[in-house]
Design a protein around this ligand. Sequence first.
Ligand SMILES: Nc1ncnc2c1ncn2[C@@H]1O[C@H](COP(=O)(O)OP(=O)(O)OP(=O)(O)O)[C@@H](O)[C@H]1O
Ligand SMILES: [Mg+2]
Length: 271
Amino acid sequence: MAKIAREKFKTYGNVFDQFTLRNLFKLSSQGHFDELESPISIGKEANIFTAKREDDSRVIVKIYRLENCDFNRMYDYLKYDVRYTGLKSKRRDIIFAWAQREFRNLLKARQAGARVPLPITRLYNILVLEYLGDNGLIPAPAPKLKDKIPKDLQAFLDTVIATIQKMYRQGIVHGDLSEFNILNFNETPVIIDFSQGTTIESGNAHELLMRDIHNISRFFKKHGIATDETELIQWVMNEPTTKTTTTDKQRSRSNHNSGQSKIKGDQRINL
Ligand SMILES: Nc1ncnc2c1ncn2[C@@H]1O[C@H](COP(=O)(O)OP(=O)(O)OP(=O)(O)O)[C@@H](O)[C@H]1O
Ligand SMILES: [Mg+2]
């Protein structure tokens, strides 16, 4: 059994069902973490905790609730995913598939070279992921993009779009991209929350890609950077990687001319 006292986990008894509790023990005894800290987020479907490891480093433990989650909504998304076509509409199977899909999507995104949390392990409805943030006495997770506006908005936007393209080329679409699911980790975008991610062959992939691009465009527009959504989508889907954004060209021109790389906030991405 894990180093952690069973008593400690009992205090979570009113938060988790017995099945989840047992599997938290199991993960703990496998050395993935010692104890859960306070939840950092209670989402629509999942509770997210930081957890301390023996060496005082931290991981994220994302637990999909077996009760109080909208498994019908999950099923509606999963049934389009070609990886889950045979899935029966049974509550638990859907929730486990949902968590598994998030894990698989994260692996794919990493293969694509996207900056996303390292998926460490998954057991049924529980995911253990790399923690992004400060690791002091009290955890300070990296802020969401909505809460920390990047200093160089244009560079941040360029990286997000390039990341969407990398993932697309690896065969996946995030499906729930917005300022809520991008962390501003020391001025670098890290994309999280891949549960809605799907393969590009799936029936709703294009619709989800358009929505992702729309959400990103809307956010950056609000902060002074206009984009052309249609061109962005085309660029993500078709154009060779060597094609640079107008902004990139402008940046290199400006670098060449003045040695400066600062881009004005109102410049338009024109891909
Ligand atoms: N790897 C991570 N490192 C640091 N903080 C994280 C990490 N993953 C998630 N978080 C924090 O937890 C919050 C919720 O996580 P996430 O977006 O994955 O779940 P969610 O939106 O609650 O999921 P769902 O929509 O499925 O209920 C994030 O907004 C972020 O603040
Ligand atoms: Mg989220």
